[in-house]
Ligand binder design. Structure first.
Ligand SMILES: C[S@@+](CC[C@H](N)C(=O)[O-])C[C@H]1O[C@@H](n2cnc3c(N)ncnc32)[C@H](O)[C@@H]1O
Length: 276
């Protein structure tokens, strides 16, 4: 959008415009360095403010939050679904394309949380729910009873990195929404995803990701990363998740970058599906 040798910049006014226009090169470089130092200072300050959380975690007390987190996710996901309704509807409409010849469709959801995606799945499909946090059970049960158009197989308390109780090539679709920001290893989770998918099956995802470099989003995501990490139960808002999805060895990847209608730290999203 902005070109020419006179353009120098490292920070954005908003998420699309580079701030430093038509500055002499040396000024641009100096400002870049200044912004980098400014970001480091901000990161340091926010980290220092998080000290009580660091201490709670070191003492092993942070785990208590895992009991509260499902309540937070449940509340937030209702609002999230309202804002993302059309996007989810459009994406999950594709899931039926991956049914077996007889029409059977088995979906496994990684990090299913409260089961916020159930309403988008096609009637009659079999759903295997997985999440490492067993405290979601109560909210899952609620969503299962509301969405009685599906057949629930089981709730597996497991992380996406280890789905060893699920057989190779046994599911038609794997779903991950707002999960790859929290897993310990995206690579391992995607490896497990490919293992359990049948050939020709598909992996569906909606994930928030890091914003473009040189934007305020990128800057703020780095500064507020520690806060989001604690409140989001391990969520990392500055991941380039699309790179791992594209490198995971799927035969085809249909991925779009979108700006979701949420607050700046989780606005950049990727959405799409990848075929095994
Ligand atoms: C923000 S919530 C999203 C829940 C749900 N997918 C949704 O869209 O509402 C993140 C979820 O990822 C789960 N999670 C965290 N670490 C995980 C891991 N290593 N493997 C699988 N799920 C994980 C959390 O327990 C939580 O349910």
């Amino acid at each position: 959008m902005l070109g020419g040798s006179a353009v120098r910049g490292c920070v954005a006014v908003d998420d699309s415009l580079v701030l430093l226009l038509l500055l002499p090169p040396a000024t641009g470089v100096n400002l870049c360095a200044t912004m980098s130092v400014f970001m480091k200072i901000c990161c340091f300050v926010v980290n220092a403010l998080c000290l009580p959380f660091h201490i709670l975690k070191a003492l092993g007390l942070y785990n208590a939050y895992k009991r509260v987190f499902p309540f937070c996710v449940h509340q937030i996901s209702v609002k999230y679904n309202k804002q993302m309704y059309d996007k989810k509807k459009e994406l999950f409409r594709k899931v039926s394309d991956f049914s077996r010849p007889g029409g059977q469709l088995t979906i496994l959801e990684i990090g299913c949380g409260s089961g916020t995606n159930f309403e988008f799945y096609p009637p009659g499909c079999r759903v295997i729910c997985t999440d490492p946090n067993p405290n979601f059970q109560k909210y899952l049960d609620k969503n299962m009873s509301v969405n009685d158009h599906l057949v629930y197989d089981r709730f597996l308390v497991a992380s996406g990195e280890d789905l060893s109780s699920v057989a190779d090539g046994s599911v038609d679709a794997v779903v991950c929404t707002l999960v790859l920001c929290s897993v310990n290893s995206i690579e391992q989770t995607l490896q497990e995803t490919r293992r359990i998918l049948r050939p020709g099956g598909a992996f569906f995802f909606i994930e928030h990701v890091v914003g473009e470099e040189s934007t305020w989003t990128h800057f703020l995501q780095h500064v507020f990363q520690p806060v989001m990490n604690y409140f989001g139960d391990g969520c990392e808002i500055n991941r380039q998740t699309w790179k791992q999805v594209e490198a995971a060895g799927f035969s085809e990847v249909f991925l779009r970058h979108i700006q979701a209608p949420f607050f700046i730290l989780i606005r950049p999203h990727i959405i799409g599906y990848a075929v095994k």
